[in-house]
Design a protein around this ligand. Structure first.
Ligand code: ADP
Ligand code: MG
Length: 698
């Protein structure tokens, strides 16, 4: 496989645009992409036509506005290029209007009250900054996909992309202001860069198909631990088995064709768990690409008789999956603003950006936490496998030392740090590698970027990026205002660092985030520990969240309200599906299997009695099994009741609280009995694949 030949072959990228567009059109389009301005209609017509010709040459018959509604997955409605002629034939057409705007009757997608179902019109608008691409399906159909935003008739955002683009604009504006206040005259544009590392599990398709819980809920709702888990630490970075290597090769190829720079692949901690990472790119493109990564993972898996699990916690007792989201800011003159520089000036600037992150994440730790909340992550965060639910920042000792020394106006303790005047002296060099040793921190500075490690594996990365961009925007706005007014930039920089460390230094923690001491210490520092999605979502409607989103025009009050209701609704629906699946499996699979076992035991006891042989073991087993069977049966009755009660609650917050505090609790109790029964019942009677089957058969 010649990667250089296939890379980007299905993307309407810059090279393709150059080849297929008249020079003038190319220039106008390029300008509109770079400056994010609207494309004139005449130009859009020419672009659409070229796009269509290119797509048709590659076998396309249809096009779609490809968008990301609040379901968390992508949506597409295919329309063909055909247009009838008077002679009874067809020609292939695609106009600028069709390219720029779509009107899918998308009334069944979640709107959270932003429009009535009868007001079916939703609009999709081309995001020309993310390149169009071709999707091929197994039937050989090729569809031209146009990355789009999705909004209501009145312009309310109904998707993940719209606020993401807004937040990118907001942060860029404030970064520019800050850079200007520090004397920068050249930078014109600032980009948010994102690299999202995707974790996932693979499982044999045939076994997957026998587990209703995996099929409908994405995770195992039952299953006794396998004799072996991850304790041997032999899977992480272990040799990749041929079966998996074949899958990864296929997967990479599909990604490369779509211009997704997949670069890293390896075995993860849990058995049958893996990771891929692409080379970072602009935030909205990275978000689009990650949606494709998740889609292609599942598609390629099926092709190879596997199933891919994206859930945050597919198996109890083993590490779950996350999606480390690496975030940084760079300028159009090629500077990574989170990279310490060579000159005093560059270093002062670097420290200001670091302080902006510290301030933003401390002030809005609740929002940051909220941005990573979903029902799957509730099972993972704080489980000594992923960061705790407490937000803190890992800064590394050297950098922390430097910041503290400046804040206290004294010599830094660290061997590399000296007595510094910010913006005058050069920042002492601190070893980059040191900065990445702590894998327990939810939010880590890793030398030239921040790595947000709480992000759920199955979710869109847009939500956390939107929040990060927005909270940092506010801090940068504040700093820019101070620096613009300052008489002495160096002094003001030092005092910004001082104020930040004094007011927000509590958020910096370089120790072990998994330890119990940290939980206590964090409480003393006044840091929040929000342990559930429901509690985290409440933050959404808080005054602070609403005002910052409104101030930077990322989300309006109505849009926030809609999201709050949709996300809470999704939580309740997810737990309800889990409860349904649990009831179904227990009633139709587990109970009948155990009843059969009790029957066999009873028969055995009868027969043993007849021949006067001791039936002690059989009686003991029967008593044990019957006790768990009875307990499980009672739990199913209770679960049914609690589920129905919860569903009747009309307030979306109260309903989700009931699902969390009542339904989930009974489900956990039910699982305990079933998992114990699994260890007592003959394997030949057990109706579903066990953990050992699911985890060690690849
Ligand atoms: P890890 O040690 O966490 O596996 P890597 O250095 O391999 O880290 O990087 C992980 C991800 O971070 C990759 O997707 C990479 O492209 C991305 N990344 C690297 N530099 C940056 C940056 N400046 N901004 C955003 N993401 C970045
Ligand atoms: Mg990482």
């Amino acid at each position: 496989m010649d990667v250089t030949k296939i890379f980007g072959m299905n993307v309407f990228n810059d090279a393709v645009m150059r080849r297929w567009l008249p020079k003038d059109t190319y220039k106008v389009l390029k300008k509109s992409i770079e400056q994010e301005t609207q494309l004139p209609v005449e130009v859009a017509d020419v672009v659409a036509n070229a796009m269509k010709d290119w797509a048709i040459e590659r076998g396309a018959t249809h096009y779609t506005h490809w968008f990301q509604p609040l379901t968390g997955i992508t949506a597409e409605k295919h329309d063909s290029f055909i247009s009838p002629t008077l002679q009874g034939g067809v020609v292939m057409e695609f106009s600028g209007k069709q390219l720029v705007k779509g009107e899918p009757d998308a009334s069944s997608l979640p709107s959270g009250g932003l429009r009535d179902t009868c007001e079916a019109r939703g609009y999709t608008a081309w995001d020309c900054t993310s390149p169009a691409f071709l999707k091929e399906d197994a039937a050989g159909d090729v569809t031209l996909c146009i990355p789009s935003a999705f909004c209501s008739y009145t312009g309310g955002a109904l998707d993940k992309k719209t606020p993401l683009l807004r937040s990118m604009t907001a942060v860029s504006e404030q970064v520019l202001r800050l850079l200007r206040s520090l004397g920068n005259k050249t930078t014109q544009k600032v980009t948010v860069n994102i690299g999202a590392e995707q974790e996932y599990f693979l499982v044999e398709k045939e076994l997957f198909a026998q587990r209703l819980d995996l099929i409908v809920a994405g995770r195992t709702l039952f299953g006794a631990p396998a004799p072996k888990g991850q304790e041997m630490e032999d899977h992480y970075f272990g040799q990749i088995k041929d079966r998996v290597a074949e899958f990864m090769k296929d997967f990479d190829k599909e990604l490369w064709k779509l211009g997704i720079a997949s670069t890293t692949k390896h075995n993860e901690v849990a058995p049958s768990q893996f990771e891929m990472a692409p080379i970072f790119t602009t935030a909205n493109i990275a978000a689009d690409q990650n949606q494709l990564v998740m889609e292609i993972l599942q598609k390629v898996a099926l092709r190879r008789n596997l199933a891919c699990l994206l859930h945050e916690k597919p198996y109890a007792g083993l590490n779950g999956s996350g999606k480390h989201t690496n975030w940084s800011l760079s300028t159009d003159d090629g500077v990574n603003l989170l990279e310490p520089g060579e000159t005093p000036h560059a270093n002062a600037q670097f420290l200001i950006f670091i302080c902006a992150l510290i301030k933003a994440v401390d002030l809005h730790a609740d929002m940051v936490r909220r941005s990573a909340a979903n029902s799957g992550n509730d099972l993972r965060l704080g489980g000594h496998e992923a960061p705790p639910a407490i937000i803190s920042i890992f800064m590394g000792d050297e950098l922390t030392d430097i910041l503290e020394a400046i804040a206290q106006g004294k010599k830094a303790k660290s061997a590399v740090a000296t007595d510094m005047k910010v913006g005058v002296d050069t920042l002492p060099h601190f070893p980059k590698d040191n900065a990445d040793r702590n894998r327990t921190s939810p939010f880590a500075f890793t030398g030239n970027k921040f790595e947000f490690r709480m992000v759920p594996s199955s979710a869109s990365i847009s939500r956390p990026i939107i929040v990060l961009n927005t909270v940092v925007t506010e801090a940068l706005d504040d700093f820019a205002t101070r620096l613009e007014k300052a008489e002495d930039i160096h002094k003001e920089t030092a005092s910004i660092i001082k104020d930040t460390m004094r007011e927000h230094g509590r958020i910096v923690f370089n120790g072990n985030n998994y330890s119990d001491e940290w939980e206590k210490m964090a409480k003393k520092r006044g840091l929040l520990n929000i342990s559930s999605t429901v509690a985290a979502l409440k933050v959404f409607l808080g005054k602070k969240a609403v005002s910052i989103f409104e101030k930077y025009k990322v989300l309006s009050k109505e849009e926030i309200r809609a999201r709050y209701e949709i996300y809470l609704g999704q939580y309740s629906k997810q737990i309800n599906i889990e409860a349904n699946a649990a009831l179904d499996m227990v009633r139709t699979l587990y109970i009948p299997a155990v009843v059969q076992f009790t029957k066999e035991l009873a028969e055995s006891i009868e027969k043993l009695e007849a021949v006067k042989v001791s039936d002690e073991v059989q009686r003991d087993l029967l008593a044990k099994v019957s006790a768990h069977l009875k307990s499980a049966y009672r739990s199913t009755q209770k679960l049914e009741k609690e589920r129905e009660k919860a569903l009747k609650i009309s307030d979306c917050l109260e309903r989700s609280e009931a699902f969390r505090d009542k339904v989930l609790v009974v489900m956990t109790k039910l699982r305990e009995d079933i998992d114990t029964l699994e260890t007592l019942t003959p394997r030949r009677l057990w109706p579903v694949p066990t953990y050992a089957d699911l985890l060690f058969k690849l």
